[in-house]
Design a protein. Structure first.
Length: 114
């Protein structure tokens, strides 16, 4: 599977962005999908995941603000981010769970100004 993320940018605190990740290759619907992020000087961390069946899971830091969703007809996973905070600034990566291995796409930069 190949993944292409988009939708990052500069936004003021309290604003919203929607990230998209388009997948190509093997059947998209067969993958669990996730969004991760890496802030400068920090390790990559899990933001949200969505299973093949649509069950979701979120990091505590984004619960109630971010929503992950998928459209299998469009081979795309989304991350709706509301109430953005400066600490959400990071490169965001989408990933597909292939068995027990995450397959990464390239990142998209989200910058939240205070």
């Amino acid at each position: 599977v190949q993944l292409q993320a988009s939708g990052g940018g500069l936004v003021q605190a309290g604003g919203s962005l929607r990230l998209s990740c388009a997948a190509s290759g093997r059947t998209f619907s067969s993958y669990g999908m996730g969004w991760f992020r890496q802030a400068p000087g920090k390790q990559r961390e899990l933001v949200a995941t969505i299973t093949r069946g649509g069950s979701t899971n979120y990091a505590d830091s984004v619960k109630g603000r971010f929503t992950i969703s998928r459209d299998n007809a469009k081979n795309t996973v989304y991350l709706q981010m509301n109430g953005l905070k400066p600490e959400d600034t990071a490169v965001y990566y989408c990933a597909a769970l292939d068995g027990y291995t995450w397959v990464w796409g390239q990142g998209t930069l989200v910058t939240v100004s205070s």
